[in-house]
Write a protein that binds this ligand. Structure first.
Ligand SMILES: *Cc1c(COP(=O)(O)O)cnc(C)c1O
Length: 292
């Protein structure tokens, strides 16, 4: 399988990359971790005209907040590990086909490979789905409050949240989504002690996953996106200063005061001592060890 990576901020660039053997376009919008938005209608039209599949990873928004099939997606994929289950106790996925032919192909592969969910995990996901609308409502309310808090923080250079009017994809997100979701990323100023910030939060847990009821914080460059080549990470804008939050459903005041004290602890060397592992400048490995 050959893959061409294309910057979809301008989907017309796609056309130059379509080759005779191109079988599918794969899109993730909003993207992870910088929440970039891709124009689904335009990509859907390009895929339709080329007669190829459009696959959309809809994990960040769930079917409640975005419906890619309406824009011509032939397949939609979800990590059910995230919002659909919502309680961080399942690893799973779902593939939704827009056509009967697509459904049969997925069914054949699932049956032949045995890569299907076990009954208990399926039951947990179904149980999680019952509260999805309520959870998303709270995720989004909290995410907005957190994004606004970060936007006014002196140590933060940029906030990546499509719900903010300042986000370059805001208008596009507002037109093709039914909400802005619960993921918020931000970039701290150069020289800011990111590792200390990660170690100092008490309500936000340092962990890679997302979409559960509890809030998580992580550094994509060393954690979720560490497997990317450094050049690819750089090209994608995923620097060490980028921090990603999965904003949970806790009380928003708890989240804001946690971030506030963590920023303060990160800029006050003395504040570090209560978490000290004996290292001057703690490495992320040391912090991960402390947090178990
Ligand atoms: C987590 C995630 C995946 C991978 O799902 P797993 O359940 O971890 O295998 C794929 N796409 C997005 C957008 C994700 O957040």
């Amino acid at each position: 399988m050959e893959v061409s990576f294309v910057d979809l901020s301008d989907p017309r660039q796609l056309e130059a990359h379509l080759r005779e053997q191109t079988r599918a376009i794969w899109v993730e919008t909003p993207s992870n971790p910088l929440l970039r938005i891709t124009d689904l209608e335009q990509v859907g039209r390009i895929a339709r005209e080329a007669g190829i599949d459009l696959v959309v990873d809809n994990t960040f928004l769930t079917p409640l907040l975005q419906r890619p099939i309406d824009f011509g997606a032939t397949f939609v994929v979800h990590s059910t590990t995230k919002y659909l289950n919502g309680h961080s106790d399942v690893v799973g996925g779902a593939i939704i086909a827009a056509t009967e032919e697509g459904r049969e192909a997925v069914h054949f592969a699932a049956n032949a490979q045995g890569a299907t969910a076990v009954p208990f995990d399926s039951w947990l996901i179904l149980r999680g789905l019952k509260t999805l609308p309520l959870r998303l409502k709270q995720h989004q309310e909290n995410a907005r409050a957190v994004a606004e808090f970060l936007q006014s923080h002196p140590d933060v250079e940029e906030v990546y949240y499509p719900g903010l009017a300042s986000h370059p994809g805001h208008d596009m997100a507002a037109s093709q989504q039914y909400g802005f979701g619960g993921m918020v990323s931000f970039r701290v100023r150069e020289g800011f002690a990111v590792a200390r910030l990660l170690a100092a939060t008490r309500v936000f847990t340092l962990a890679e996953s997302l979409g559960g009821v509890e809030s998580l914080i992580e550094q994509p460059s060393t954690m979720s996106h560490a497997s990317m080549r450094p050049e690819a990470r750089k090209a994608a804008g995923i620097t060490e200063e980028v921090v990603r939050l999965s904003v949970g459903i806790e009380h928003s005041e708890d989240l804001l005061s946690d971030l506030e004290q963590a920023f303060e602890a990160a800029s006050t060397p003395a504040g570090w001592s209560s978490y000290s592992t004996g290292l001057e400048e703690p490495s992320l490995d040391a912090i991960l060890a402390v947090q178990g």
